[in-house]
Design a protein. Structure first.
Length: 383
């Protein structure tokens, strides 16, 4: 009955809008039934190791992510920290970048992609009014994230289908709409959702076929069923003052490298010595600008991880692939027979001088300059 009501409401809304857009109907999510929710495309929320594998046999996956614009200033950190670093299988490590449009240098986005890193979405506008994200419609979410996918594919000249995930600015979950946008846009996962309830033992990625009882410390939780949409939960860290954070750079951290390194290790141990759920280290590169100690400790932490032969630093996409097809460390080569795809960058970068309202934006990109500054509703910037 309720489902019919939703369908009816959506139909009326589409007719009232004057245009019939592509839309999916969404049913209210029910409690998860393990027998009807099986890998690789469905998983109930759980802190159990997928397929009951032995904790000593599985790899510890580590997810390094960065939010906001990629530019020449923060690119130098990625270059220094990542480009010569390898996993135990000899492949380069992978990080994930949730990119917002303004001030992004798209030639650098291509270079990250060419090195096998993951490019993901963090909206076009990155609107700072958090109520904007609460109130934004489904079409608004699709314009923000689908539009940005179009924009990145064009101006960084990378395949649109390689872009599969999103993070809502300020982790401001709106309930259902951002997740519905993932489904409608054919994306695969969200990584905007913090959890303290499932900090210890930590939570594995899961799908939204069924109702999630994950806590929602910021914003509202989804309540509709979204088959095949994955959540890469942002398991909280505990800062030096005992308070928790989803983005590590919003935690209280020591201002000297040795103590900061210890804080990183102690948060890592909560995963590594329990169920080995993927360990997320989520920051903005601006944290490195804030205090050089932060970058020092970060590199030392990666050095430490490099001494552990069951630790793999991978993109969020690969982390979810592992949960879908869980394998032992020894059998990882069956899951990933080859290293992440890499290539020589092809971008012939040009700087376009464009107007955003009264202001000028210099957009470095790999295609022809757009007519106008790309923005919501006009991601290709066509006049
Ligand atoms: Zn952001």
């Amino acid at each position: 009955m309720f489902g019919q009501f939703i369908i009816f409401t959506i139909l009326i809304a589409a007719v009232c809008a004057g245009t019939v857009r592509n839309f999916t109907t969404f049913e209210t999510a029910q409690a998860c039934k393990a027998e009807s929710c099986v890998l690789p495309n469905c998983r109930c929320l759980s802190t159990e190791i997928p397929n009951g594998l032995d904790v000593n046999s599985i790899p510890q996956l580590v997810l390094l992510t960065f939010d906001d614009a990629v530019n020449t200033v923060n690119f130098k950190y990625y270059e220094e920290a990542f480009f010569n670093r390898k996993n135990p299988d000899g492949c380069s490590i992978g990080a994930t970048y949730y990119i917002s449009h303004e001030y992004t240098d798209y030639s650098k986005v291509q270079e990250l992609h060419a090195r096998g890193h993951e490019i993901a979405l963090h909206s076009i506008s990155h609107e700072t009014m958090t109520t904007y994200w609460d109130d934004l419609s489904l079409d608004g979410y699709k314009d923000e994230f689908g539009g940005e996918r179009t924009l990145i594919a064009k101006f960084a000249d990378i395949p649109e289908e390689d872009i599969k995930g999103l993070r809502v600015p300020f982790l401001q979950l709106p309930g259902d709409t951002s997740f519905q946008a993932i489904k409608d846009l054919g994306l695969k996962y969200d990584s905007s959702w913090p959890t303290l309830r499932y900090q210890d033992p930590p939570l594995f990625p899961y799908t939204l076929d069924y109702l999630s009882n994950q806590d929602c410390p910021v914003g509202k939780c989804p309540t509709v069923s979204l088959p095949g949409v994955w959540v890469q939960p942002m398991v909280d860290w505990t800062g030096s003052d005992g308070n928790v954070c989803a983005m590590v750079d919003s935690c209280a951290t020591p201002d000297n490298a040795p103590e900061l390194l210890e804080l990183m290790k102690s948060n890592f141990q909560r995963h590594y010595t329990s169920n080995k759920a993927p360990f997320g280290f989520y920051i903005h590169a601006a944290w490195f600008d804030k205090n050089p100690v932060n970058f020092e400790a970060y590199k030392q932490f990666l050095d430490y991880l490099g001494t552990l032969n069951d630790v793999y630093i991978v993109t969020v996409q690969r982390g979810i692939e592992w949960v879908q097809n869980p394998t032992t460390t020894k059998d990882l080569k069956n899951l990933w027979p080859s290293c992440p795809n890499t290539y020589e960058p092809t971008c012939e970068a040009t700087v376009c001088t464009l107007n955003k309202g009264e202001e000028v934006r210099y957009m470095t990109q790999c295609s022809d300059c757009p007519d106008v500054y790309p923005w919501l509703g006009n991601p290709l910037g066509i006049l």
